[in-house]
Design a protein around this ligand. Structure first.
Ligand code: PDD
Length: 287
C-alpha cells in the first residue's frame, strides 16, 4: 500500500532505500522520540510544503530537538528525493528523531545529533468506490495522550484504534473525548448540517491538519462558510454529511458511521462540490 520507493533520504544524502541502516539505539526506535511529516506530492510538486515544515518545526521545538536543517536545505532535500524517485504523485514521509544514544536512558544525552530519514510512496488516487459510495467509520473513545497537536512518531495509540476500527468493518476511527469530537485516528473531521460545514478548532486534542487548511481554502473559493468550533458527538449522528481529510486521502465522504447511514447514506452534495474544487486547487498549486 505505502511501499517505499527505491530512493530515500538518510542524514542529508539520497541513498538506495535498501541501504538505510539505523541503530537500534536510535531514540526514534526505543522511545518514539521524534517528529514526522507526510507531504502529498502531485505531478512531482509538493502541496503546501512550507506549512508542513512549519508544523515540523513546531513539533521539534515542543520536543526540544534542534532542527537539523534550515528551511532552504529541507526544501532542496525534499525536491532531490522526489526527483530521485521520478516525480509523479506520491507521499513524502520525513522523520527527525532525537538521534542515537549509547544505550537506553530516558533523559537524552546532551548534544545528540538528530537522525533524519525520508522516503516516498506512491499516493494512490482515491478508490472509485470510496468516491461513489463513501467510506465507513467507527466512533471510538480517544485513548491517545494529551498532546495530539504534536506529530510524534509514537503512534501506538492510533495503531490500536485503526485495528479496532477495522475489526468493526470501518476504514477510519472517528475519535471522541467524552461528548466532544476530537479528530480521526489519522485525519481531520468535518460535519455538514443544513449546508453549513463545521470542524473543531486547533487544540492539544488534535493535530493541526494541513489538509484542513486546504479544505478551508476550497470552501472559501466556493463561498461556503466554515464554522470552526467544538462539535458535539450528537452532531455526528445527526449530520447530513461527514468528511475525513488528510494528506494521503484528500477529503473523503463518510457515509456509514457505526453501521448507520450518515444523511442519505451516500456522498453528499457539499462534499461533491468541495471534492471538485479540491482537484482544481491541486491542479493550480501543484499539478
Ligand atoms: N496523518 N490527525 C491525525 C491524528 C493525523 O495523523 C493526520 C494525518 C491528520 C491530518 O493531517 P494532514 O492533513 O496534515 O495530513 C489529522 C498522516 C497522513 C499520517 O500519519 O500518515
Amino acid at each position: 500500500m505505502a511501499d517505499a520507493l527505491p530512493h530515500s533520504l538518510f542524514n542529508g544524502i539520497i541513498v538506495p532505500t535498501d541501504e538505510v541502516r539505523i541503530s537500534p539505539f536510535d531514540r526514534g526506535f526505543l522511545f518514539g522520540d521524534g517528529i514526522y511529516e507526510v507531504v502529498p506530492v502531485y505531478g512531482g510538486k509538493p502541496l503546501r510544503l512550507d506549512a508542513h515544515f512549519d508544523r515540523l518545526q513546531d513539533g521539534l521545538v515542543a520536543l526540544e530537538i534542534a532542527n537539523p536543517y534550515l528551511r532552504a536545505r529541507w526544501t532542496e532535500l525534499v525536491h532531490e528525493l522526489i526527483a530521485a524517485n521520478d516525480g509523479g504523485d506520491m507521499g513524502v514521509y520525513l522523520e527527525v528523531s532525537r538521534g542515537t544514544g549509547k544505550g537506553r536512558d530516558f533523559l537524552p544525552e546532551p548534544e545528540m545529533r538528530p537522525t533524519v530519514f525520508g522516503f516516498c510512496f506512491r499516493l494512490a488516487a482515491p478508490k472509485p468506490e470510496a468516491l461513489q459510495q463513501g467510506i465507513a467509520a467507527a466512533t471510538l473513545e480517544d485513548i491517545r495522550w494529551q498532546r495530539c497537536d504534536i506529530k510524534s512518531v509514537a503512534l501506538v495509540g492510533p495503531v490500536m484504534l485503526k485495528i479496532e476500527a477495522k475489526r468493526r468493518g470501518a476504514d477510519e476511527a472517528i475519535l471522541v473525548r467524552g461528548e466532544r469530537l476530537a479528530e480521526g485516528s489519522s485525519s481531520a473531521v468535518f460535519v455538514v448540517k443544513g449546508g453549513r460545514v463545521a470542524t473543531p478548532p486547533a487544540s492539544h486534542e488534535r493535530l493541526p491538519s494541513i489538509t484542513r487548511l486546504v479544505v478551508g481554502d476550497v470552501l472559501d473559493a466556493l463561498k461556503l462558510p466554515l464554522d470552526v468550533r467544538e462539535v458535539h458527538c450528537d452532531e455526528l449522528l445527526a449530520a447530513d454529511e461527514i468528511w475525513i481529510a488528510s494528506s494521503t486521502r484528500e477529503a473523503l465522504p463518510v457515509t456509514r458511521l457505526d453501521g448507520n447511514a450518515v444523511g442519505e447514506g451516500k456522498p453528499g452534495p457539499v462534499w461533491r462540490r468541495a471534492f471538485d474544487e479540491f482537484q482544481a486547487l491541486k491542479q493550480r498549486e501543484a499539478g
